[in-house]
Design a protein around this ligand. Structure first.
Ligand SMILES: Cc1cc2nc3c(=O)[nH]c(=O)nc-3n(C[C@H](O)[C@H](O)[C@H](O)COP(=O)(O)OP(=O)(O)OC[C@H]3O[C@@H](n4cnc5c(N)ncnc54)[C@H](O)[C@@H]3O)c2cc1C
Length: 401
């Protein structure tokens, strides 16, 4: 079967779904192809913290109603070390900017519902998705759906298929530069059926390793402990996980509440950037182009920022034939991406125990923690990165002569 659209979007994660929604609001046709089932995509537990810019984009895209009703606004975080909680008042430090706790699962459900209610093409369980014709700027997407072979012709491909997708590997190796770092630790995360024991996130540095107390709603807590990235989740009984959480999050006058563990898994941590984010008519966005360790809560927010820039560029392309936005797309995104890469690396290395590190390294970490909690300059720097720098502040610098 042969079909045609303006933009073929590969992947129905936050990046692909939001790109489809933003294009729809400007009357641009798109088809979204997703390898997994709707149930799988909507249940995949991942990010949960939205930056102010992400919140505003979701509202402008017409999918902010449930987020505004159910999301929990946060104005800061706690850093826990030396048995004490130290609050970083980000709202005050950043002229009123805030974050919101609203699960990626919920963002995805809202975007899927909006697309299906509008009767727009979103195909789940597509098999053998492959790109062709990029060399000649005549992109063709082949895929199999419900047993039938399809060919989708388009002008632009949105490569939103995550780190393990097919879009980035389709680009010739000599047209792409990549940078990356693997960390010697991973996160064991649990979703627990218990009200959060804290009003805002707690990032804990301890001699036993990092821990994070996060949340997904007023009744569900999300907690993490640093583990070996190759560890087997079978080694971690619920009792062992709670015991580690109690020890690592211990601080004077504060109690951790336990609850039934609904989900648990281990995720390795990695930094990765591929550039440029454009190859001819293929535009990479989100995790397809870059990965950050989750300590800075940046992955989902970067994906949203990418497709916001991309949607503007595509609107100009289809409305007036101007390709300036598409030409500048990669540079505009990468400036922001590298800022988030640095911040995520900074938070990660400040808070985790590197098994190769020595007592000197630990004292440097403690010194840095004291500095970012006691110096207004240092806590302001942490705060403005954490709540998310406005898009224009991460644009490439203007050329000066
Ligand atoms: C444990 C964990 C915790 C995290 N915490 C945070 C956080 O607190 N804050 C934050 O901002 N970020 C966080 N992240 C990162 C965030 O989840 C990702 O950055 C985000 O999902 C990126 O969205 P995306 O749409 O680019 O990619 P994805 O969400 O990976 O979506 C890509 C989609 O493409 C589909 N796909 C793949 N291959 C194909 C193919 N061949 N054909 C068709 N479809 C395909 C996939 O099934 C998937 O649905 C976390 C990630 C993890 C793993």
């Amino acid at each position: 079967m042969s079909e045609r659209t303006q933009v073929a979007i590969i992947g129905a994660g936050p990046a692909g779904l939001l790109l489809g929604q933003l294009l729809h609001r400007h009357g641009i046709d798109a088809v979204i192809l997703e390898a997994r089932s709707r149930d799988y995509v909507e249940a995949r537990i991942r990010a949960g913290l939205l930056e102010q810019g992400t919140i505003e984009t979701l509202r402008e895209a017409g999918v902010g109603e449930r987020m505004d009703a159910e999301g929990i606004v946060h104005g800061g975080i706690y850093l826990c070390f030396d048995h004490a909680l130290h609050h970083i008042p980000m709202r005050e430090l950043t002229n009123g900017r805030t974050m919101m706790i609203y699960g990626q699962t919920e963002v995805v459900k809202d975007l899927v519902a909006a697309r299906l209610e509008a009767g727009l093409p979103l195909l789940f369980e597509c098999e053998d998705v492959a790109l062709d014709g990029l060399e000649h700027d005549e992109p063709l997407v082949r895929y199999r759906h419900e047993g039938a072979e399809h060919e989708l012709r388009c002008e632009i491909v949105g490569g939103c298929d995550g780190f393990h997708g097919i879009c980035r590997p389709t680009i010739p190796a000599d047209a792409l530069s990549v940078w990356g770092r693997e960390y010697p630790y991973g996160w064991l995360g649990i979703l627990a059926d218990v009200a959060p024991s804290t009003d805002e996130l707690i990032y804990a540095y301890s001699d036993r390793g990092f821990a994070l107390h996060s949340m997904r709603s007023h009744t569900r807590s999300r907690l993490y402990v640093q583990v070996d990235p190759d560890d087997d989740i079978a080694n971690w009984s619920d009792d062992r996980i709670w015991s580690e959480l109690h020890q690592r999050l211990a601080s004077d006058g504060w109690e951790l509440r336990e609850g039934e563990v609904l989900d648990k898994g281990i995720t390795p941590m990695r930094s990765f950037v591929a550039a440029p984010m454009r190859y001819r008519s293929l535009m990479l966005a989100g995790d397809a182009a870059h990965i950050v360790p989750p300590t800075g809560a940046k992955g989902l927010n970067l994906a949203v920022a990418d497709v916001t820039v991309l949607a503007d560029a595509l609107v100009a392309h289809f409305a007036s034939g101007s390709d300036t936005g598409l030409d500048e797309y990669s540079d505009r995104c990468l400036t922001r991406v590298w800022r988030a890469e640095h911040f995520s690396w900074f938070m990660t290395t400040m808070l985790h125990l590197d098994p190769q590190d020595d007592a000197f390294g630990r004292e440097l970490q403690r010194s840095q923690l004291r500095y970012v909690t006691r110096s207004t300059a240092a806590s302001t720097s942490l705060a403005e990165n954490y709540v998310g720098l406005p898009l224009e502040q991460t644009a490439p610098p203007a050329v000066t002569r």
